[in-house]
Design a protein around this ligand. Structure first.
Ligand SMILES: NC(=O)c1ccc[n+]([C@@H]2O[C@H](COP(=O)([O-])OP(=O)(O)OC[C@H]3O[C@@H](n4cnc5c(N)ncnc54)[C@H](OP(=O)(O)O)[C@@H]3O)[C@@H](O)[C@H]2O)c1
Length: 196
């Protein structure tokens, strides 16, 4: 069944970007782990991405992706997958065949049904950042959190979520240590109400 998943990489102290939106801590990370349970990091993103049918991003994250593309001379990385970008502004669109970017200004509750329908039998990836992740969580629309923890401490920056999530604790459903020293934690977000 199709799921709404927030999939992101975070530092050990819970940040997804520096305060100035740079990601050197992630892009330049070069660690290792040689434990017997280490899984190859190579291919793990591709396996996740194969099951993605549509994406939704905040405008700050989108602008980071566009800037990254421009600096590296690369292509839009989500070709062939419909991508909603939440913004109150008139943002530039990437060019290229297969690009499907939809800039929208609306509460996430009003958009979620259409996003899921478009994802079909695959999943909706909430790309981030913490600002939109909190909107999805507040509305009870996140099924899963997949966070790849990078053993780096920033001390400050942009948080995984913008604000506290009240209610039941999340349910851990998986933990995978990678040969890079990163660890993927998987949590179920939406839980049945406690009996009584
Ligand atoms: N480490 C990772 O895996 C990871 C993953 C994702 C993002 N990031 C990083 O996180 C940082 C961005 O996170 P963030 O939380 O600051 O920002 P964000 O969630 O990417 O974007 C927030 C912005 O989106 C617009 N927006 C949000 N909800 C909206 C709605 N319902 N309707 C219309 N517009 C809406 C607003 O800006 P406007 O209306 O002004 O456009 C808002 O300020 C970036 O540096 C990004 O690279 C890292």
């Amino acid at each position: 069944m199709s799921k709404t998943q927030y999939y992101a990489a975070a530092t050990l102290d819970g940040y997804i970007a520096e305060a100035d939106d740079t990601l050197g801590w992630l892009l330049d990370y070069d660690g290792s782990y040689e434990g017997e349970d280490a899984e190859p990091i190579k291919g793990s993103y591709e396996r996740f991405y194969d099951d993605v049918g549509a994406l939704v991003s905040g405008s700050t994250t989108y602008e980071w992706v566009l800037d990254h593309m421009a600096r590296r001379g690369g292509e839009w990385p989500y070709n062939g997958k419909p991508t909603w970008v939440l913004s109150s502004r008139d943002l530039a669109l990437p060019e290229g065949e297969g690009v499907d970017v939809r800039i929208v200004n609306a509460p996430v509750e009003d958009l979620h049904g259409e996003m899921l329908a478009t994802a079909g039998d695959r999943n909706l990836w909430v790309l981030g950042g913490g600002n939109i992740a909190s909107q999805f969580a507040d509305a009870g629309l996140l099924d899963e959190l997949l966070v790849t923890v990078v053993p780096v401490i920033l001390g400050s920056g942009k948080p995984l979520f913008d604000r506290r999530l009240p209610g039941e604790p999340m349910q851990l459903t998986g933990a995978r240590p990678f040969d890079s020293g990163m660890v993927e934690l998987r949590y179920e977000m939406r839980r049945e109400p406690a009996p009584g």
